[in-house]
Design a protein around this ligand. Structure first.
Ligand SMILES: *Cc1c(COP(=O)(O)O)cnc(C)c1O
Length: 376
């Protein structure tokens, strides 16, 4: 992935870090997933600002690559995305807020309907206006988050006035990223059964991890998000995806810390010998999850001049410190950068150090960085 883009000569970089989003890698990831899924189709999940990567930029790049169906979480996200992908289908996963049908129609958004009250409201709107853009019906297969229960789906399919006006039926895996979890097979079997209640309607079950479960999980359309952005959809083995996000943090000061002195709040790290410490202009207010600094044994590695530099001490709101003793001195001066998220230490690595998942690392990426989209 290309490194930090220089600003025009003479322009100072005022941001505490540069977040580089590689749209070519994003598209390559989508193509790889699409190839694995064929003949099933591959949508793009771009909720939460495309997992922090920029929904408009990601949407445009994916649409140009041939992606024609997108998923967002909220109607406002759908409205914003509509400008970037004028001719694509946009489904809103969190469904139809009360009284919002008109708003959905104006932006040609498709609600993912997850309960019978929502369905009644949508059907009344469709009957009144003749609206035919589509909607999805969410059928719960065990997650108990959103979606009709199997017995509700059966009653709905058999009701006298006929089937609901939907363009997709879908469900969602609870455990697809845990290898051979028994719930996954149960969900596939139940979904096969309930989707058959709605003959002729395309069906969708798989998220990123689901794409790697083989054809019986693919149905007609898959909905990957995390894997598009370079996250590992198969945590039990090497990441098959290309990294999309790179984060370079600006060094604002480098200092020598004598042995026995400590760094940062709580004096949680003590220099074992004379160490060179680089302080960067980013902290938990920028999404550097503080838990990554507080866990015993957790190791966050930045890279400077090709050398691994461990994060030391607690992450502050706007600052963090790295031990750069082993890095070439000319790579760790004021104004240089330390790569925190890169090919060498990625989103999943940071997540592991913070005791969380890469999804949270991505969606926490701060708004104070200079954001650069490359490869578009
Ligand atoms: C977020 C989400 C996805 C995408 O999941 P990934 O694990 O990021 O691929 C798919 N479907 C639903 C219902 C979701 O909420």
């Amino acid at each position: 992935m290309p490194a930090v883009q220089p600003l025009p000569a003479g322009t100072p970089d005022l941001a505490g870090g540069v977040l580089t989003i590689d749209l070519a890698a994003l598209v390559a990831n989508w193509r790889a997933l699409a190839a694995r899924l064929a003949p099933a189709a591959c949508a793009g999940v771009v909720k939460a600002d495309a997992y922090g990567c920029g929904a408009a930029e990601a949407g445009r790049a994916l649409r140009a690559a041939g992606c024609t169906t997108f998923f967002v979480a909220l109607p406002a996200e759908g409205r914003a995305l509509r400008a970037a992908v004028p001719d694509a289908a946009i489904y809103v996963l969190n469904g139809l807020p009360q009284g919002a049908a008109e708003t959905f129609a104006t932006a040609r958004l498709r609600p993912v309907i997850g309960d019978l009250g929502e369905l009644a409201e949508w059907e009344a709107f469709v009957a009144r206006t003749g609206w035919s853009e589509g909607a999805a019906l969410h059928l719960d297969t065990g997650m108990n988050r959103l979606g009709l229960r199997p017995e509700e789906a059966r009653a709905l399919a058999l009701r006298p006035r006929g089937q609901p006006p939907v363009s997709l039926v879908m469900s969602h895996f609870a455990c697809a990223d845990e290898k051979d979890h028994p719930m996954t097979a149960r969900q596939i079997a139940l979904f096969r059964e309930v989707r058959a209640l709605f003959p002729g309607v395309p069906a969708s079950l798989a998220n990123s991890a689901g794409v790697f479960l083989g054809p019986e999980a693919h149905f007609d359309l898959a909905r990957p998000g995390y894997a598009l952005y370079g996250g590992n959809p198969t945590p039990w083995t090497a990441n098959p995806m290309r990294p999309v996000v790179r984060l370079d943090l600006r060094i604002i000061q480098a200092r020598t810390v004598p042995p026995g002195e400590t760094v940062g709040y709580g004096a949680r790290w003590t220099a074992p010998a004379t160490r060179r410490i680089a302080v960067v202009s980013a902290g938990y207010a920028d999404g550097l999850l503080r838990a990554a600094s507080a866990r015993p044994g957790a190791r966050v590695l930045g890279y400077a001049g090709g050398v691994a530099c461990p994060l030391v001490g607690r992450i502050s709101m706007d600052l963090a410190a790295f031990d750069v003793t082993d890095a070439p001195a000319d790579a760790v001066q004021r104004g240089d950068t330390i790569a925190l998220l890169s090919e060498r230490f990625g989103v999943d690595d940071y997540a592991e150090a913070a005791g969380t998942i890469g999804y949270e690392v991505l969606t926490s990426l701060g708004r104070r960085y200079r954001r650069v989209h490359v490869g578009g």
